[in-house]
Design a protein around this ligand. Structure first.
Ligand SMILES: *[C@@H]1O[C@H](CO)[C@@H](O)[C@H](O)[C@H]1NC(C)=O
Ligand SMILES: *[C@@H]1O[C@H](CO)[C@@H](O)[C@H](O)[C@H]1NC(C)=O
Length: 306
């Protein structure tokens, strides 16, 4: 079992520093990739086991999980999180959509390569195997997609596809080929243009019209896909809000979002969070967490000690 003490000893053994959790926090929290790689190599040499394997065990605390997630390269981390999500898949699990729709198309390719290397199979085959029906119909192309990532937009196409979306949504054909094709293959910029057209033409945000039955898990997943593609920071703000407001705090979600977004869009997420909740994210995290875990999260979100 990996403990935070073990990581300290590990660092001691490997680099001969006088270490403690504060050092781990300052190293991993300040995101030095070469140091993270070192920790990973040391871990493998000392324990004869890869960090990814260690993550699979029952970890005794949240600090360990955040440390292990951070020590992974982003593509490996995504592969690991996606694999975990397929194994624990339920209709309410949004992690696959989150990964497929918030990572850049390039990063998604890297994550899929990391998945091959680590698990000796493809992400899409695992997603297909663990899901069924409409969920499989949506998720397999979503995780397999290599979208165009430029800004160029075809407005004529946006108009015609907004109309298609409207027709299918009005007919409640939510899992029809067209909706799935548009959401799983068009570029972010093109989808954004289509959704802007949709709103101009028909008056509502598409996600409002996809709320017809708030309890329908497939619709919830479609809305998450739309949000992750077009407003990822708003999506992450909401995941954090629900994680923190939940009775007992959802540390899994909190750890995942902080570990995966720290270097990406955390500053924007923090701004949105404060606006929406009238409390800064660091204050909210302080209230709900403690000890080394708290310190690590605060370091990662760029909280500066006063
Ligand atoms: C990252 O770690 C390397 C290796 O120890 C070190 O030489 C370098 O100064 C560190 N970089 C930063 C930005 O701290
Ligand atoms: C979506 O379109 C709006 C309006 O044109 C624009 O302000 C926004 O930056 C676009 N967002 C993305 C993610 O392309």
């Amino acid at each position: 079992m990996l403990t935070s003490l073990a990581i300290c000893m590990l660092l001691n053994v490997c680099v001969g520093w006088g270490t403690n959790e504060d050092l781990i926090i300052s190293i991993l929290g300040r995101r030095n990739a070469s140091q993270r790689k070192l920790i990973r190599q040391c871990y493998a040499e000392t324990y004869g086991e890869d960090l990814l394997k260690a993550l699979d065990k029952e970890l005794s605390n949240d600090f360990e999980r955040v440390v292990l997630l951070l020590a992974l390269d982003p593509p490996e981390r995504d592969a690991y999180l996606a694999n975990e999500a397929t194994k624990k898949w339920t209709a309410s699990n949004r992690i696959l959509v989150e990964i497929a729709c918030t990572r850049s198309p390039k990063d998604m390719i890297l994550a899929r390569e990391a998945y091959h290397a680590r698990f000796k199979k493809s992400l899409e085959e695992d997603v297909a195997y663990h899901t069924k029906g409409d969920f499989r119909k949506l998720l397999v192309p979503l995780v397999s997609s290599y979208r165009y990532s430029g800004d160029d937009v075809n407005l004529h196409l946006a108009k015609s596809e907004a109309k298609i979306l409207r027709e299918k949504i009005t007919a409640k054909e939510y899992s029809c080929d067209d909706i799935i094709r548009i959401l799983t293959t068009r570029s972010r910029a093109q989808i954004n243009a289509t959704l802007n057209q949709y709103k101009n033409e028909f008056g509502n945000d598409v996600n409002k019209d996809l709320k017809e039955d708030p309890k329908d898990e497939f619709l919830t997943l479609l809305r998450a896909a739309v949000k992750c593609l077009v407003y990822p920071e708003k999506y992450f703000e909401k995941v954090l809000r629900l994680a923190i407001n939940k009775l007992g705090t959802d540390e899994g979600a909190l750890t995942r979002v902080v570990a995966t977004r720290a270097e990406v869009d955390m500053q924007t997420i923090k701004e949105i969070y404060e606006k929406r909740n009238s409390v800064p994210l660091d204050k909210a995290i302080c209230k709900d967490t403690h000890g080394d875990y708290e310190k690590m999260l605060l370091t990662l979100i760029g909280h500066v000690e006063e």
